[in-house]
Design a protein around this ligand. Structure first.
Ligand SMILES: [Zn+2]
Length: 145
């Protein structure tokens, strides 16, 4: 999704997106749905941050005693990867760049962590549940690459 599509998606989920200087942090979502994105970060980082905060919101993560930081961050990143990378685009990028993580990330305009999470969680899950041609093709390319 593009930044505009992500913003529309976030608003459809009841979030309200605003920009602020968050110092070192790229984004945060509050209990009210107010979502702040750091305008000092690159456009790529802002897009990833918004997709990540949408993940926290969709999963209902909160800073309670039950908050499991590593689990919640991985769930948010997995949701972000799902929003930011389509199976078709992934398959094309993987073929074009022969599986090279950094080049695939640049091609898809995300960072390497999002590509890694996409490979480890989104692709695996999609391949297990759906018979999508693009997913099969991506798996095949990985197997031969
Ligand atoms: Zn997070």
């Amino acid at each position: 999704m593009t930044m505009d599509e992500l913003i529309a998606h976030a608003e459809s989920l009841g979030m309200k997106v605003k920009w602020a200087d968050l110092n070192r942090r790229a984004g945060e979502v509050r209990r009210s749905g107010l979502t702040l994105i750091n305008h000092r970060k690159s456009e790529t980082t802002q897009r990833i941050a918004l997709a990540h905060e949408i993940g926290h919101w969709v999963h209902g993560h909160g800073y309670s005693a039950m908050h499991d930081v590593p689990r919640d961050e991985l769930q948010a990143d997995t949701h972000a990867a799902h929003l930011l990378i389509s199976p078709v685009d992934y398959a094309l990028a993987e073929r074009m760049h022969e599986g090279h993580l950094g080049a695939i990330a640049r091609e898809l305009d995300v960072d390497t962590r999002i590509v890694q999470v996409w490979r480890d969680h989104v692709l695996r899950r999609a391949a297990a549940s759906a018979g999508m041609a693009a997913v099969r093709s991506a798996r095949h390319l990985r197997a031969v690459g």
